[in-house]
Design a protein around this ligand. Structure first.
Ligand SMILES: Nc1nc2c(c(=O)[nH]1)N[C@H]1C(S)=C(S)[C@@H](COP(=O)(O)O)O[C@H]1N2
Ligand SMILES: [Mo]
Length: 237
């Protein structure tokens, strides 16, 4: 950790090929200690230029793995297991056939960038949990990813909120590889590090198992405005 108590992570590597040339910027360094390259891909801004400005509305693509993970819609699977009565593995088509929810909120990274009014669509975690039948010993969820590296956690109470979902749509289009498609977590009321990309597993556990960045000092409870001693105002570099 650096002196601000922020994690100094592994280099964040971006898979370039799948992003294409447009909207990708290299070389800009992140200001806060995460040793990362910055790339911006924003469907509303194909030039990517606004994303280079603080508060400019662009996403920054994060990936702690060594390459950009990819799974086709056909190959994608989501497993729900652990302390449940009915473990299951779902295809993307099966997830799409479940009751769908849409949320429009500001995306807020704990490092200060924010993207207003971003729409995510998919299946509420509460629906998946009800379908699986959580056993009384179940107290938390552990999320794992097919990048093989990242993980996240939520308490069961957090996960059952109506703004916690497994998302396969983002701004009315399928979630792209760069943004964690085909399916990512979208934990709307929390900082974006909670929203695990390339989601492959949801395991019901008897206690919270802290996720990737939480091992490097990020708060396990990641409520926007309350955690990591920050408010939710964007910061400039
Ligand atoms: N699998 C995985 N999920 C992840 C990350 C990651 O590196 N790997 N980074 C997290 C962080 S810190 C943020 S801010 C968001 C970034 O999402 P984006 O790349 O779609 O902007 O993803 C979160 N989920
Ligand atoms: Mo983040």
């Amino acid at each position: 950790m650096n002196k601000d108590g922020r994690p100094v992570g592994r280099r964040v590597v971006l898979g370039v090929a799948a992003l294409g040339a447009a909207g990708v910027a290299f070389g800009a360094r992140f200001q806060n200690g995460i040793d990362s390259f910055l790339a911006t891909v924003d469907s509303k801004d194909p030039t990517g230029l606004t994303g280079l400005l603080p508060g400019g509305g662009g996403f920054q693509i994060y990936n702690v793995a060594d390459s950009l993970p990819h799974k086709s819609d056909q190959d994608y699977r989501l497993t729900v297991d652990g302390l449940v009565d009915r473990p299951a593995t779902y295809t993307l088509a099966e997830l799409r056939a479940m009751p769908q929810t849409t949320l429009v909120k500001d995306v807020q990274c704990v490092t200060g960038w924010r993207v207003p009014d971003t729409e995510f669509g998919g299946v509420l975690l509460s629906h998946l949990l009800d379908t699986a039948g959580v056993r009384p010993e179940g107290k938390a969820l552990r999320f794992t990813c097919f990048d093989g590296v990242y993980s996240e956690s939520l308490t069961l109470d957090e996960a059952r909120r109506p703004d916690m979902m497994v998302a396969h749509q983002m701004n009315n289009a399928p979630v792209t590889d760069a943004h964690g498609g085909p399916v990512r977590l979208y934990a709307a009321p929390m900082y974006f590090y909670k929203s695990a990309k390339w989601l492959s597993g949801i395991t019901v556990t008897d206690r919270v198992m802290p996720g990737y960045w939480e091992h490097y000092g990020y708060d396990v409870e990641a409520w926007v405005g309350k955690s990591n001693g920050r408010n939710d105002a964007p910061t400039s570099p």
